[in-house]
Design a protein around this ligand. Structure first.
Ligand SMILES: [Zn+2]
Length: 345
């Protein structure tokens, strides 16, 4: 398997100071990939800057110019969570362009699958607004770009970040060509992602929310992937699968209250990869969203690459299981309700 990764030092220049979403996240991932020598098995995909035309595939011109202006003033806060510095615009357009290039490489067959290791992340950014550490919606821009460039009819976006990708949902809410499926802690930031948010107009049914109570771990996520994610994606039959990969559902992450392990991520990614192999010739593009515990993030991203490469024999999970011993919630009835809502067997 040929697996690509997008990375460029430009992503470190989005300087957020003491913010939890900072450059050390990508530094930890790259240094772990180097230490384990896994990076030698990967193909570097060079990012480029997304053009204004590409950004405005999903964003308003005012949104783009607002971020440009903030950056030209030297930076500042776009919302209570989201800060920009002098180089943030450049980093952000390379983040969007990096995911586009990952999509291009996979569509052209240069690599079998790819993972864009970019920041700032994107899934909270709406058409008109930066929020939740996100400036431009990298995954949504890529979906729109690939749809038109390759004349596709169906792209699925699977978002397993612990937060709901409100921006991605909103952008594609009435679009039947893009299926948006999210697993997330609920109720939680940003407040959206309720079960009954299922799309609008022609897009009715192509938004699938799986709102999970706090405390879910591998034993809850795996049935969700097997019983809901699999059947939903199979029914939609996508020509490409994009993944908003957030690792903040790891038990060691301090931003949320889930219990997933690095081994659990590998099992989830294995299911996603199986769906891509079965439905769309393996065409699969991951993009980094959240994940704030550096050790959990680095080992889980490496495990993701192991699964994409097809060699799960050396997946390491040094953090192991959660020591918190939280009682896992019973999600049996929730799964039943979700299946009924989306007419799944
Ligand atoms: Zn998140």
């Amino acid at each position: 398997m040929k697996v690509g990764f997008v990375y460029d030092p430009i992503y470190l220049q989005h300087d957020t100071g003491q913010h939890v979403e900072n450059a050390s996240r990508l530094e930890a991932i790259i240094s772990h990939l180097e230490q384990t020598r896994l990076i030698r098995q990967l193909t570097l995909v060079k990012p480029r800057a997304a053009t204004i035309e590409e950004l405005t595939l999903v964003h308003s011109e005012q949104h783009v110019s607002h971020i440009q202006e903030m950056v030209q003033k030297g930076g500042g806060w776009l919302d209570p969570d989201t800060v920009v510095s002098a180089s943030s615009y450049q980093a952000a357009i390379y983040a969007a362009g990096g995911v586009i290039e990952a999509g291009e490489m996979v569509m052209q067959g240069g690599v079998d699958s790819a993972f864009a290791l970019v920041r700032p992340p994107g899934h909270h950014a709406t058409a008109n607004r930066a929020m939740g550490f996100c400036l431009f919606n990298n995954v949504a821009i890529t979906a729109e770009y690939v749809l038109s460039r390759y004349n596709l009819e169906r792209i699925a976006i699977i978002d397993f970040d612990v937060h709901h990708g409100n921006g991605t949902q909103e952008i594609f809410y009435d679009n039947p060509r893009v299926l948006y499926l999210s697993t997330h802690q609920y109720p939680f930031y940003p407040g959206t992602g309720a079960l009954d948010e299922t799309g609008r107009g022609e897009g009715k049914g192509t938004t699938v929310n799986i709102p999970l109570p706090a405390g879910c771990g591998d034993n809850e996520y795996l049935p969700v992937f097997e019983q809901i994610v699999g059947p939903v994606i199979r029914r939609f039959d996508p020509q490409l699968i994009l993944v908003s990969a957030g690792y903040d559902l790891h038990w060691a992450d301090e931003l949320a209250m889930m219990q997933v392990t690095t081994t659990g991520f590998a099992q989830m990614v294995k299911i996603i990869r199986g769906l891509a192999d079965e439905l769309c010739s393996g065409r699969l593009v991951f993009t980094l969203e959240g994940g704030y515990n550096l050790a959990a993030l680095a080992t889980s991203v490496k495990a993701t690459f192991d699964v994409l490469l097809g060699d799960t024999s050396n997946i390491e999970d040094p953090l192991g299981k959660s020591p918190h011993r939280l009682t896992a919630p019973d999600i049996t009835s929730l799964l039943k309700v979700i299946k009924e809502m989306h007419s799944l067997p």
